[in-house]
Design a protein around this ligand. Structure first.
Ligand code: ATP
Length: 749
């Protein structure tokens, strides 16, 4: 049994707490009119979520609470509990063996639902019940006088009842839920998309800033790298160059010192040589006495004069000698002709001129020795002339003799003069040679000094250029230090790396250019504003979050659409199959009831409706409206045997009841609900039909639990258990378990 128990407390006429146990397939509730039987059916209907007060015969929730009587006070609340067996776990994901659904209503109209004792939402109750085919259409509770409701319902309402009966309402609920979710998801997507659109301009602005900042950071990093390299190379260069400068200067310095010392030495020597030249005495070769060769500053000039004078004398003497020889020849010729001629006047003249010449010469000489020598010669000449003048001529004349003597004298003098000239010439040559030597030495020393000086000058140039290089290096080091200081902010504490690393020196200029370029670029790129970067990261993260959200929502929407589509397909399929099965049963029940004829449910499609709307299949309170909307639904076609009645409107009350029962039973047979409440459905049946009805009840009870409220004897007979409902004087309904024979009595009371 699905339905195990029903408990009422304060519900309508059931002021007291009563329990109905459903232990047999058919339970009959009997009792006189107005005793409260229908209240039992309504209690079930209400507890399972009925929302229509009209179908509960009330206006407000309060109407469901025991209103009190002259002897019993009214109650504050009504509660009904329905207990199901769930040992077969038909209630979806509810894992308990029993499922209890309780509904309470208070006088203020507040409703409460409890699922297995836990407060729940109506939605949860409906969903739980949908699992077992107890949908909102309450087709399983056929209220009094409502048996033919299904026949007069709108096509759409009928469809909803059939969907409920087929147990596919759950899919519809799921579909609706999915559609709601889809709608919510799409709304979310619109909102998220709009949020994203809103932040885009700001994000773009921030991105440009961030890109600038990023570029700036990049340039900075590159600049740092280049600076480190450049400064490193520069440091290595400076170190190498400094070491080199010390080496470069040492050698020339030494050389300059050596050469300067040599120059000083040579200058001393030069002075000596110059002194020698200015004082020729010092330059004379050793052993030569000053007495023999007086060499003053004019000594060489004098010596030269002496040579020249000796030469002039010699040439005079030679001329004289030539003339004398000529005269001698003449005289010798004359002597041969005139032996008497002693001294010719011409010869006398020569003699006298000679004397005169010598005396003049002797007078000019300062040297006494020379003067004496000349005067001695004069005396000699005079004596020889006298001898010749007063002795006879041997070879011709006396004149010739005198000339001969004179010639000898001249020759003698010439010899002496030549000797003189030779001596003077020798001294002169010696002096000249010495002077030449001295001069040569002087030139040699001067040349060497010159050479040394030019070498020193070259070395000094070298030193100067080394010093220049040093100066340049010093300036460059200053530049380096300055640059290092200036770069501190960019090096960002990495200054030591410049000193730690080993760097190649080359590429300096290329790096320098690159650094300058990077500095310009850095200036162009501007500074990095940390707060802008942070904001960019935040806004970007938000945008990314929204994008992900949008993507997730899009995916969820896609999934939902897929689910909806699948549910629609399943619904459509299940519905069509279900209707087909119901039709088979309907035809059979109909034939049993009417002994023939035809009955059929027919799917009607809307004439001009969108698929969406046509498949919504919602129940509308207003039949006319539903018809107007031309919703897809279910039509009932019947064909009574032996009658040409096709319209439902033309059926008698009994026929209507039979046709409705046939359809209800068919629906229940295809997908048996846990229970079926039939409130005086049999009221309009004659005896023969009552019997058929009772048989069908027995047949149907094999598939579904039945609770029948009846006055019908046949029906009471088919029941396995009977409850009698009576209304006491206190206007409170009471419930008693009774036997069949009592039932008939109670029912008739
Ligand atoms: P019938 O056989 O004529 O259909 P029944 O046995 O089905 O009658 P019900 O219609 O279930 O009788 O019972 C109606 C009774 O319940 C009435 O007497 C009515 O006064 C009583 N009743 C309805 N609502 C309340 C209420 N709120 N408080 C007290 N009694 C109520």
């Amino acid at each position: 049994m699905y339905l195990k128990r029903l408990e009422l407390s304060g519900f309508k006429s059931f002021a007291k707490h009563i329990i109905l146990d459903f232990t047999t397939p058919i339970t009959a509730v009997v009792g006189p009119n107005g005793s409260g039987k229908s209240n039992v059916a309504e209690a079930l209907q209400w507890a399972l979520g009925e929302q229509s007060m009209k179908s509960l015969r009330g206006k407000r929730g309060e109407d469901l609470i025991f209103a009190g009587s002259p002897t019993s006070p009214r109650l504050g609340r009504a509660s009904v509990t329905v207990v199901f067996d769930n040992s077969k776990k038909k209630f979806g994901n509810i894992d308990f063996d029993e499922v209890s659904i309780e509904r309470k209503v208070y006088r203020d109209g507040i409703n409460e639902y409890f699922l297995n004792g836990s407060k729940s939402r109506l939605k949860d109750i409906i969903e739980a019940l949908s699992n077992v085919g107890l949908g909102a259409s309450q087709h399983h509770i056929i209220s009094q006088g409502e048996a033919d409701r299904i026949l007069y319902a709108s096509v759409a309402e009928r469809r909803a009842m059939i969907e409920d009966a087929l147990g596919i309402k759950i899919f519809q609920l799921k579909r609706k839920e999915s559609e709601r979710k889809l709608e919510a998801t799409e709304e979310n997507m619109r909102q998220v998309a709009s949020l994203r659109r809103e932040i885009q301009p700001h994000l773009r602005f921030l991105q440009v800033q961030a890109e600038k900042a990023e570029k700036s950071t990049e340039i900075r990093a590159r600049l740092k790298e280049k600076l480190l390299e450049y400064l490193g190379r520069e440091r290595s260069y400076l170190k190498a160059e400094t070491d080199k400068t010390v080496d470069v200067k040492a050698e020339p310095k030494k050389a300059v010192a050596a050469k300067e010392a040599e120059i000083a030495l040579l200058r001393n020597k030069l002075q000596e040589e110059e002194a020698c030249l200015s004082d020729r005495q010092a330059c004379l070769p050793a052993g030569r006495g000053a007495g023999t060769l007086s060499v003053t500053d004019n000594a060489i000039t004098d010596t030269k004069a002496r040579v020249d004078m000796a030469r002039a004398k010699i040439s005079q003497l030679e001329r004289d000698l030539g003339r004398l020889e000529g005269m001698l020849e003449t005289e010798k010729g004359r002597g041969r002709a005139n032996k008497a001629l002693s001294v010719p006047p011409a010869e006398l003249k020569v003699f006298l001129e000679k004397i005169d010449g010598d005396i003049v010469e002797a007078m000019e000489l300062s040297d006494l020795e020379d003067t004496r020598r000349i005067l001695k010669g004069v005396s000699q000449v005079v004596r020889e002339f006298l001898k010749k003048l007063f002795s006879p001529a041997e070879n011709g004349t006396d004149a010739a003799t005198s000339l001969e003597r004179r010639k000898l004298e001249l020759e003698k003098e010439l010899g002496a003069r030549k000797k003189d000239e030779e001596n003077a010439q020798k001294i002169y040559a010696e002096m000249s040679s010495k002077i030449q030597n001295s001069l040569q030495n002087l030139r040699g020393i001067e040349k060497r000094i010159y050479e040394l000086e030019s070498e020193t000058s070259a070395l000094r140039d070298k030193l100067r250029s080394a010093e220049l290089a040093e100066e340049k290096l010093r300036l460059r080091r200053e530049d380096f230090e300055r640059e290092l200081e200036e770069s501190a902010s960019i090096l960002d504490g990495a200054k030591e790396a410049v000193y730690d690393g080993e760097f190649e020196i080359n590429l300096r200029d290329t790096l320098r250019r690159e650094i300058e370029r990077a500095k310009i670029k850095l200036e162009e790129a501007g500074g990095v504003d940390g707060s802008v970067l942070k904001e960019f990261e935040d806004v970007k993260a938000r945008d990314e979050f929204l994008a992900r959200e949008l993507e997730d929502l899009g995916k969820a929407a896609g999934d939902l659409r897929k689910i909806i589509k699948e549910l629609e397909t399943q619904l459509d399929q299940d519905f069509k199959n279900g209707v087909e099965k119901i039709n088979k049963e309907f035809q059979e029940y109909f034939e049993t009831m009417f002994g023939g004829g035809k009955a059929e449910l027919k799917l009607v499609q809307p004439k001009q409706l969108s698929k969406e709307k046509s498949e919504a299949g919602e129940v509308s309170e207003d039949y006319a409206e539903a018809e107007e909307e031309k919703e897809s639904g279910i039509d009932v076609l019947i064909d009574l045997p032996r009658k040409r009645i096709k319209s439902l409107d033309m059926l008698s009350g009994g026929e209507r009841a039979l046709a409705s029962i046939a359809l209800l039973f068919a629906m229940s047979a295809v997908n048996p609900p846990p229970f079926l409440v039939l409130d005086e459905t049999d009221a309009a049946l004659d005896e023969a039909n009552s019997r058929r009805y009772s048989e069908m009840l027995s047949g149907l009870s094999k598939r579904a639990q039945l609770i029948v409220i009846t006055h019908n004897r046949e029906t009471m007979h088919s029941a396995g258990a009977l409850y009698g409902v009576t209304l006491g004087n206190d206007s409170i309904s009471r419930l008693i378990s009774i036997q069949l024979e009592d039932a008939e009595k109670i029912a008739k009371r």
